[in-house]
Ligand binder design. Structure first.
Ligand code: BGP
Length: 472
């Protein structure tokens, strides 16, 4: 039995919500925007592409008015690199700067704190054609892009996120198309890309602190606790290896400026040690994040794996399904329910994850994604009864509060997503938003905005600073 009242959410807690540029904006080739890798990526024919998305580019004022009605204290969105630099570098596209200036001003007008992701999967295609992250020049392009963002928006943006889910881009590079499957050793290429991203991120953090002494900047990987499938020591060891590879590699590099030793030894075995140039590690060491942002959807359960043929796991089978002969293999967790898309639901795992990150790095934490994808149904009278989403978020917020009570310094919670948007792989029918966007995969209808039941529920949660989580 608890013998003390739970600590409350801090007064200035950042109750927020998230989106990303290519998934919400549309206007993929308007006002001088160059294509990004997401615009040219191949789509399964049953789902829509990102060309119109939620048409936020043209409707941002209406959307922000709704975010204000919802009571958001923070809005986490990303800037499209190729809207600012159509070629990735070189000439700035003033209309791109204007769009984000307007967006940020509109947020400020409504007292919503902008939390800006500088790069969320959508590398300018012009850079990809020159080798993407495999090419060291992309580091300079990113640093130059960061400088442009700080110069133009730094007077109003206090929270910056360097790279969204770098770990997912590396772990699933073959699925996300960032690496050539036919390369001689795709792993070596991926970890070379990864190293370049580490250097780029570190340079951006250093620059941010030089240019904007009052701003805060941090990484934004996808982090989750990893459970062993059994107490068998080999399974526990496999879970540890997997967690180093999935989680700690990224945060050790960002916070301590060093490579995780377990991962380094794994890379040696895989002949995938990246080329590190003189000075790179000094840059990593000099860079210090002010906080850690992370996305959390579920945990992973892992066991030992004997050398055998790898099955081709798809991300949608199990959000982080993964296997590596001789190292580890992902398993379903029989204790957890699943969403209709097969993603396991583990609110308690969020508390464990929060504790693990905080104990390891002692930095303030910001949850930048957490949510449930479902095929919502628009009912008569413009009603969306998404009680399943309310249930998911309610349970996760409860665990945030318990983590705060455990002593974790959690500064905000930004569920995915503020408004319906196009899922990275599964189209617009897989909805996450508090606001319904009236369109289907291929029929744009009127794109009208309709607050869902979860909208009114979250509004009450925010207004009560997390005290009232009831769904009535
Ligand atoms: C995260 C990404 C988001 C978003 C989310 C939901 O990995 O950062 O961009 O896509 O997952 O995933 P999905 O769209 O595949 O359902």
């Amino acid at each position: 039995m608890r013998n003390h009242p739970l600590k409350p959410f801090p007064k200035d807690f950042l109750w927020g919500a998230s989106t990303s540029a290519y998934q919400v904006e549309g206007a993929w080739n308007e006002d001088g925007k160059g294509p990004s890798v997401m615009d040219v990526a191949e789509h399964p024919k049953e789902v829509t592409d990102f060309k119109v998305a939620s048409d936020h580019y043209h409707r941002y004022k209406e959307d922000i008015a709704l975010f204000a009605e919802l009571g958001l204290k923070a809005y986490r969105f990303s800037i499209s690199w190729s809207r600012i630099f159509p070629e990735g570098t070189g000439e700035v596209n003033q209309k791109g700067i204007d769009f984000y200036n307007n967006l940020i001003n509109e947020l400020k007008k409504h007292h919503i704190e902008p939390v800006v992701t500088m790069y969320h999967f959508d590398l300018p295609y012009a850079l990809q054609k020159k080798g993407g992250w495999l090419n060291r020049e992309t580091i300079d392009a990113y640093e130059n892009y960061a400088k442009t963002l700080f110069e133009n928006f730094g007077d109003r943006v206090k929270y910056w996120l360097t790279i969204n889910e770098q770990n997912v881009m590396i772990l699933f590079g073959e699925l996300l198309g960032t690496v050539d499957r036919n390369a001689e050793n795709p792993k070596k290429e991926l970890y070379q890309q990864n190293h370049h991203m580490f250097v780029a991120q570190a340079k951006a953090m250093i620059l941010c602190h030089r240019m904007l002494p009052d701003a805060k900047i941090g990484p934004a990987p996808n982090i989750s606790a990893v459970y062993p499938i059994s107490p068998q020591p080999e399974d526990v060891l496999a879970a540890h290896t997997f967690s180093s590879l999935r989680n700690w590699l990224y945060l050790d590099a960002a916070v301590f400026g060093r490579y995780n030793s377990t991962v380094w030894s794994y890379l040696e075995k895989k002949q995938a040690i990246p080329e590190i140039q003189d000075g790179d590690m000094a840059i990593l060491k000099e860079a210090k994040p002010d906080f850690i942002a992370f996305n959390y959807y579920s945990t992973m359960t892992v066991g030992a794996n004997l050398p055998q043929k790898v099955s081709n796991n798809k991300r949608e089978d199990q959000q982080m399904a993964f296997e590596e002969p001789g190292f580890f293999k992902g398993h379903p967790n029989p204790n957890l329910p699943k969403t209709e898309y097969g993603w396991e639901i583990d609110p308690v795992g969020l508390r464990t994850t929060l504790r693990e990150i905080y104990e390891r790095y002692h930095l303030p934490l910001l949850i930048t994604e957490n949510g449930l994808g479902a095929q919502d149904r628009l009912e008569e009278g413009d009603v969306v009864n998404d009680d399943y989403r309310i249930d998911y978020l309610q349970k996760h917020i409860e665990q945030c509060r318990l983590a705060l009570d455990d002593g974790v310094e959690l500064i905000g919670y930004c569920p995915w997503s503020a408004i319906d948007l196009v899922s990275t792989h599964q189209g617009i029918s897989k909805r996450y938003g508090f606001i319904y966007v009236n369109r289907d995969e291929f029929d744009l209808k009127d794109l009208r905005r309709i607050p869902k039941k979860s909208f009114y529920w979250y509004k009450k949660v925010i207004a009560s600073n997390g005290e009232d989580l009831a769904n009535e």
